[in-house]
Design a protein around this ligand. Sequence first.
Ligand SMILES: CCCCC/C=C/C(=O)SCCNC(=O)CCNC(=O)[C@H](O)C(C)(C)COP(=O)(O)OP(=O)(O)OC[C@H]1O[C@@H](n2cnc3c(N)ncnc32)[C@H](O)[C@@H]1OP(=O)(O)O
Ligand SMILES: NC(=O)C1=CN([C@@H]2O[C@H](COP(=O)(O)OP(=O)(O)OC[C@H]3O[C@@H](n4cnc5c(N)ncnc54)[C@H](OP(=O)(O)O)[C@@H]3O)[C@@H](O)[C@H]2O)C=CC1
Length: 303
Amino acid sequence: MVLIGSHPILGFAVYFYSLGATVILAARKMDQLKSTAKEIELLGGKCDVMQLNIRDANQALEAVNQIVAKHGKLNGLVNNAGGQFHSPASKMTPNGFATVVDLNLMGTFYLCKAAFDGYMGEHGGTIVNIVADCRNGFPGMVHTGAARAGIINMTKTLAIEWGPYNGIRINCVAPGMTISSGMKNYPEKVLDGFIANGWMNPSGRFGTESEMAASVVFLLSPAASYITGVNLPVDGGYSLSRSDAKGPEAMYNPKGSLMRPYIGWPSDEKAAIQEVDAPTGIVKLFEKYKALAVNGINRDSKL
Ligand SMILES: CCCCC/C=C/C(=O)SCCNC(=O)CCNC(=O)[C@H](O)C(C)(C)COP(=O)(O)OP(=O)(O)OC[C@H]1O[C@@H](n2cnc3c(N)ncnc32)[C@H](O)[C@@H]1OP(=O)(O)O
Ligand SMILES: NC(=O)C1=CN([C@@H]2O[C@H](COP(=O)(O)OP(=O)(O)OC[C@H]3O[C@@H](n4cnc5c(N)ncnc54)[C@H](OP(=O)(O)O)[C@@H]3O)[C@@H](O)[C@H]2O)C=CC1
């Protein structure tokens, strides 16, 4: 039984289904949740939806209590809900900063605490908190950098404090720039900048939803049974290389690297799971990645 805070990237659901998990999707917009649930069911998965604003601690506990009352357990939690807006720190208002900290840091704490109080403190369980690459600061998004760094530290503390409670494990996944529906939240100019600079990464590209999903499922699964308190960057090496003093042209390959994307589902699967609900520029990039993943061709050479 896995609670995913947010309308999740569909890839998660596919993986959880393959592990035999029942997935509960929770976010504010029910329409979106229901259509994702329908797609999961079409694939043969089991899925429930519930409305939840993670910024409300009472709602978080109520959600956990409802799940335990209905399903008898809650042994997995993925804190995926989150976001921010782009702004230089000099132009950010105190309320703008506080809002993003409230959503990401407080919201994640409320869900972790609710899961502990409502089920895991007594029975154990596994939690994955989705953060973002904030290893070397987060220029243009000071609020989310501070909030995500807070989550990473909180995760370490909870791993130590809650490990002894029936072996609760809690880890973070830090996605690099990822092709996802979240890109709809950014102005075109910001997106164009992201796309134009996509090659400035040892992988030469963005990440895919499947690559994020696979790492989350690994950390939730018994295969990671001795891993707790870590932050796993899933970013093609970007966080390691960003602080290098050399210019990007000297470090990276402007033509793109040969790090083949993992799309995570076969090309002849249902069409619905091969789409990404994102602005045109991002969808075009995804189409390119799909071709690379399926055909194994990058630039002009075969892998
Ligand atoms: C490795 C690099 C990765 C980088 C890429 C990252 C990608 C992703 O994370 S994808 C996920 C994308 N999804 C989102 O980012 C969702 C974004 N939006 C939200 O979650 C919410 O809109 C919110 C949390 C940012 C704001 O929620 P809300 O409570 O509705 O906020 P208010 O409208 O009440 O405003 C509060 C406060 O914040 C200021 N503000 C809000 N949006 C903006 C903005 N776009 N630009 C500047 N300021 C903003 C707003 O003005 C308020 O402040 P005051 O005016 O001082 O009251
Ligand atoms: N895409 C990327 O490049 C990166 C993404 N990330 C992080 O990964 C996570 C998933 O990103 P992605 O799928 O791209 O983003 P999306 O914006 O598509 O997903 C965010 C989800 O969070 C939910 N959500 C937002 N606020 C709340 C709230 N108060 N209560 C409950 N649910 C809420 C939204 O649903 P609803 O509006 O219905 O509530 C939405 O389904 C986010 O935390 C994001 O910041 C990190 C680094 C890079």
